[in-house]
Design a protein around this ligand. Structure first.
Ligand code: FAD
Length: 463
């Protein structure tokens, strides 16, 4: 029977990063993955394929809506959707192969099969073969939440996983859920020509982000043609032939109905622990079905840790990665730290949206004394040059000390721009610190500096 210092169950960004760090720290490491490819949700059916389709569809959208204004005539250009899906799969394959290469390079044993606990230190592979582990890291991720009245048939009623590999562009995609995954997938198909109707229970989009982001996203995506039914509660989804009917109740209490050829259910994800045999090891779950962990990401059973989507916190790949490194270093006796408040969230629509730190709602709730600096991209030369004038940078800073408490951006390249906020906040910069740093001209980053100027003393230059 093989024996390892550390065995990791699940090869998503949490698991495979933990495995590499464990190997770097000198542990004999094995990783168990039930699928044939490594990389988990993120690489196979999440971050990477969705961004590949977002990039392809954005080219198509720009070609149809913006090229003419740039003086480029592309009359006669056509969409080859099958090719687009094929390219996406190519990107996925090469990225997953990259993880397999990293496992080999770091001498990590890859075991294909479903891992489950026999006891605290014994893991069964597909219920039979046993391996022994001194320490175990649970990194089994998450899966989409189902609605009890919306049976996912994977044909007409789908999750993001099926939406990434459709055989045709929907005529009318009815999207349940106006969160990040829904808006990203909705954007893909809107750009490719689908009618897209978003039905959302909350009164705004991207509910976890600063409310100004949700408002701006609604304005901009509406301009692109996406339709929104907010404060609307879906209560039934049925399929007849190729027609999906979504029934709901709107904010006035009226019954409303949407008919489409596809319905994408994107109402969030839940931790995945099925078949893990946690009871055999005595590992506890919390009230929301997540593996319960302490400040060291250790479960109630010493020597068993858990990371990523299967534990509390943001369901994001980079959060899982941070936790993978953290646990490996804890096991090695080091004293790592994760600044959870500084894990940025991003929505990869166009324009992109990103946020880090406190939202304005959170500051209000905590009765914080804060000030706001905002700068619109339409006042920026770089944004006009690229026709990306929608959105803003919003800086929230402490009223007395000027320390930056939160950064919220809607705009071109917000996903990359947000890192200036993360670095500034990690070093506890004031808004004025950022004002005094030279920002290259012309760049989108100038909007960040201008928003900080607006926050410091209402002294933005270009508005
Ligand atoms: P996962 O990536 O879910 O990996 C868990 C792995 O464990 C899986 O491979 C699973 O097969 C395996 N497993 C489970 N049980 C067992 C078992 N018993 N034995 C063996 N193997 C097992 N996040 C971002 O940060 N940025 C994005 O742009 C982004 N886009 C997304 C787009 C979509 C459409 C989706 C669905 C998600 C997106 N996410 C994004 C979220 C991101 O994918 C997850 O937060 C991330 O994958 C979580 O990593 P993880 O390692 O915890 O789990």
């Amino acid at each position: 029977m093989s024996k390892y210092d550390v065995v990791i169950i699940g090869s998503g960004p949490g698991g495979y990063v933990a495995a590499i760090r464990c190997a770097q720290l000198g542990f004999k490491t094995a990783i168990i993955e039930k699928y044939n490819t490594l990389g988990g949700t993120c690489l196979n059916v999440g971050c990477i394929p969705s961004k590949a389709l977002l990039d392809s569809s954005e080219h198509f959208y720009k070609m149809n809506h913006e090229f003419a204004e740039h003086g480029i005539d592309v009359t006669g250009a056509k969409l080859d959707f099958a090719k687009m899906i094929e390219r996406k799969q190519g990107v996925v394959d090469i990225t997953c192969d990259g993880v397999a290469f990293l496992m080999k390079k770091n001498k990590i044993e890859v075991i294909t099969g479903t891992g489950s606990f026999k006891d605290k230190n014994t893991i069964l592979i597909n219920g039979k073969d046993e391996i022994k582990a001194d320490k175990v890291i649970i990194a089994t991720g998450s899966k989409p939440i189902n609605l009890p009245f919306a049976k996912i048939d994977k044909d007409r009623v789908i999750t993001s996983t099926e939406a990434l590999k459709l055989k045709e562009v929907p005529k009318h995609l009815v999207l349940i859920g106006g969160g990040i995954i829904g808006l990203e997938m909705g954007s893909v198909y809107l750009r490719l020509g689908s009618e897209v109707t978003v039905v959302e229970f909350a009164d705004r989009l991207t509910p976890g982000m600063d409310s100004d982001i949700g408002k701006e996203m609604k304005r901009v995506l509406s301009k692109q043609g996406m339709k929104f039914e907010l404060s609307t509660k879906v209560n039934d989804v049925s399929v007849k032939g190729k027609v999906v009917t979504v029934k709901a109740e709107n904010k006035k209490g009226e019954a409303v109905e949407f008919k489409g050829d596809y319905c994408l259910v994107a109402v969030g994800r839940k931790p995945y622990t099925e078949g893990l045999g946690l009871d055999k090891a005595g590992v506890k779950l919390d009230e929301r079905g997540r593996v319960e962990v302490d400040g060291h990401l250790q479960t109630n059973i010493p020597g068993i840790y858990a990371i990523g989507d299967v534990v509390k916190g943001a369901m994001l790949a980079h959060k899982a990665e941070e936790e993978g490194v953290f646990v490996a270093e804890v096991i090695a006796g080091q004293k790592p730290h994760i600044h959870y408040n500084l894990i940025p969230g991003v929505c990869y629509t166009w324009p992109e949206a990103a946020g880090v730190g406190a939202t304005e709602e959170e500051l209000k709730e905590g009765k914080a004394d804060y000030k706001v600096g905002k700068f619109p991209f339409k006042a920026l030369g770089r944004a006009r040059a690229s026709m990306d004038t929608d959105g803003f940078v919003k800086i929230l800073a402490d009223k007395k000390t000027d320390e930056i408490l939160g950064v919220h951006i809607v705009g071109a390249r917000a996903a990359d721009l947000i890192m200036e906020g993360v670095v500034a906040m990690e070093y506890r910069a004031s808004a004025e610190d950022v004002c005094r740093m030279s920002h290259p001209h012309p760049t989108y980053s100038e909007a960040f500096k201008e928003a900080c100027m607006a926050a410091t003393a209402d002294r933005a230059i270009h508005v």
